[in-house]
Design a protein around this ligand. Structure first.
Ligand code: UGA
Length: 363
């Protein structure tokens, strides 16, 4: 199969590109960087187009024309950016992604669109607390693709511009599908982690996501910050499990994925951010600590001090993966401890055996 993978050298994209190449497919990756797919660059079946898709007339139509399937992974998916540059987040995540969808409509190509679990927003328990019999029951935080209502915060909390842009894009794809003009599948990833996850805070990228922040704190002995006490919960999925599911979606046996939305996640791997900090520090202490370097303190911080004005949060989100199990025969295999430890291992083993910490951190 000839696959066009837009954003195919990012965290999820690089793992997917590797699997596609291993399974004999031909892949064209469009991305601004290619560091994460270095080991594949000499392969004839891989073509890399280093490009910023916001540049006018950069050649999208020709590449879509040439592909059997188009995968769109391009997004700003980092909450600190939703606060710092909300318009740019909207432009990239909606306007530019819409152009890709429209090219697929025009050229009648199958589109696999990456969206986000963040479209579900908040749980009913977050605002109906006093009225729910069991607010902590996981059923109030278990989200299903085709039945769960999507609950965003107020406009002034501009974190939600990201989720709203992604939600609107999903709705546009659905509408194109209703008109019979688009064969699409939407994927909602639930907190994938693993090797090559976006990394250290930097001037360019801003504050990364929590796993990377905690990893850096462990490497430097600097504090692990818990935003608003770290009581929010996430379900973490190991990237290899996620890629197994994505490959089944690409394969699309018996066309079961047509006009479908799929959650991809590990419902059993739920943990609060505070527990994540403690667990990562414990694993670090057991596996890699030299016994003398300072271990990070776990410190509370307000969302305003950490991210700035306009931050808000999803309190809890657990994927209902019934659809992926029924239609694709997929289930995640890694439990929470292995998911976290395998993801950490890459960075610490790499540090010991390959390249100096400072260089590793900058990738
Ligand atoms: C982000 C994106 O917004 C989603 O689109 C994406 O699907 C998701 O990551 C993902 O990885 O799949 P989120 O889970 O909120 O969503 O991202 P994080 O920045 O990792 O935040 C998780 C929680 O940790 C939040 O409650 C945040 O406030 C908290 N946090 C973050 C800390 O307590 N400390 C930190 O250093 C960073």
């Amino acid at each position: 199969m000839k696959v066009l993978s837009l954003g195919g050298a990012g965290f999820i994209g690089s793992h997917l590109t590797a699997r596609l190449l291993q399974e004999g497919h031909t892949v064209t990756v469009v991305d601004q960087e290619n560091d994460k797919i270095q080991e594949w660059l000499s392969l004839d079946r891989l073509k890399v187009v280093k490009e910023d898709i916001r540049r006018p007339d950069w050649g999208l139509v020709e590449l879509v024309q040439d592909a059997n399937v188009v995968i769109d992974l391009i997004a700003y998916a980092n909450p600190s950016l939703y606060i710092k540059m909300p318009m740019e987040v909207f432009r990239l995540n909606f306007n530019e992604n819409l152009k890709i969808a429209e090219a697929c409509v025009k050229l009648k190509k199958r589109l696999i669109q990456f969206s986000t679990c963040e479209v579900y927003g908040k749980t009913p328990a977050s605002f109906l607390n006093g009225y729910l019999a069991n607010p902590g029951d996981s059923m109030h935080a278990t989200f299903s693709e085709d039945t769960t209502n999507l609950i965003m915060g107020p406009v002034g909390k501009h974190r939600w511009i990201y989720a709203s842009a992604k939600q609107l894009l999903e709705r546009v794809l659905h509408a194109y599908g209703l008109e019979g003009h688009l064969n699409y599948t939407i994927i909602r990833p639930f907190n994938f982690i693993g090797p090559k996850i976006d990394y250290l805070p930097s001037e360019k990228e801003g504050i990364p996501r929590v796993f990377s922040n905690f990893l850096q704190a462990l490497m430097n002995g600097s504090p692990m910050y818990l935003v608003d006490g770290g009581h929010h919960q996430r379900a973490y999925t190991f990237i290899d499990d996620a890629v197994d599911c994505i490959m089944r979606i690409i394969e699309n046996r018996d066309a079961v994925c047509e006009k479908q939305i799929f959650n991809i996640g590990s419902p059993a791997n739920e943990i609060s951010v505070r527990e994540l900090a403690v667990k990562m520090r414990d694993i670090y202490k057991r596996r890699w600590w030299d016994g003398v370097s300072p271990l990070p303190e776990i410190v509370n911080i307000s969302a305003k001090d950490f991210y700035g004005v306009g931050y808000d949060d999803s309190d809890r989100r657990i994927p209902d993966i019934t659809k992926a199990t029924m239609l694709l025969g997929w289930r995640p295999r890694l439990n929470l401890d292995d998911t976290i430890e395998n993801s950490m291992e890459y960075w610490f083993e790499r540090q010991e055996h390959e390249i100096p910490l400072k260089d590793a951190a900058l990738r």
